[in-house]
Design a protein around this ligand. Structure first.
Ligand code: XMP
Length: 181
């Protein structure tokens, strides 16, 4: 475990087992009908790479950039779409992948945008869902793990751009947050 981490919440082995289950479930539900995967950068990168390698089918993968945290540990309350152009989704089925469901604003905003662009079906998948009151009523169709209302890093999730590469989900030491504060 890295010295900045207070505790590991979900270790690599547990993540891997859970990914096997989610990948099977997604493949089972789409039942061979084509879908495009849309990854919300950057947090969902690591999760998506591991999840999609468990799906041995020809998949199209697109990315979108949104920002809602701006490097802090609390949501700014605003979702900004950072790309000049969004993936073409008109008439298509979409599997939308994000790292974590927190206030729910990101998922609500991105799903609405994809529907507005003509997506036929939008299913959402998150690695983590925080058990807390959301700003809007939303839950992902596929959830890796439910966690408490705490700030986590690792396995794609960052604090000020760091720690995404850690192979587990963990909680930062208070002094690490204070020191960089
Ligand atoms: P909302 O509030 O829109 O948030 O559901 C989704 C986005 O906020 C970021 N987020 C976190 N990032 N540790 C992080 O590193 C966290 O505990 C955390 N909670 C929310 C994340 O980018 C997510 O996509």
């Amino acid at each position: 475990m890295h010295e900045d981490i207070e505790k590991v919440l979900i270790d690599e082995e547990v993540i891997e087992k859970r990914l096997d289950i989610i990948a099977d479930r997604i493949l089972g539900e789409f039942r061979g009908s084509p879908f495009v995967v849309i990854v919300i950068l950057k947090g969902a990168l690591v999760f998506t790479a591991d999840l999609l390698r468990r799906m041995p089918i020809p998949l199209e993968i697109e990315c979108i950039n949104v920002a809602s945290y701006h490097g802090e540990t609390k949501s700014s309350g605003r979702v900004d779409f950072l790309d000049a152009k969004l993936p073409l989704v008109k008439g298509r089925s979409v599997l939308l992948i994000d790292d974590i469901l927190d206030t729910g604003r990101t998922l609500v905003a991105v799903e609405a945008k994809l529907r507005e662009q003509g997506a036929r079906i939008v299913k959402s998948c998150v690695l983590l869902s925080k058990d807390k009151e959301r700003s809007a009523e939303v839950e992902a169709d596929y959830v890796g793990f439910h966690i408490g209302n705490e700030f986590v890093v690792g396995y794609g999730l960052d604090y000020k751009g760091l720690y995404r590469n850690l192979p587990y989900v963990g909680i930062l030491k208070e002094e690490t947050v204070e020191a960089s504060g």
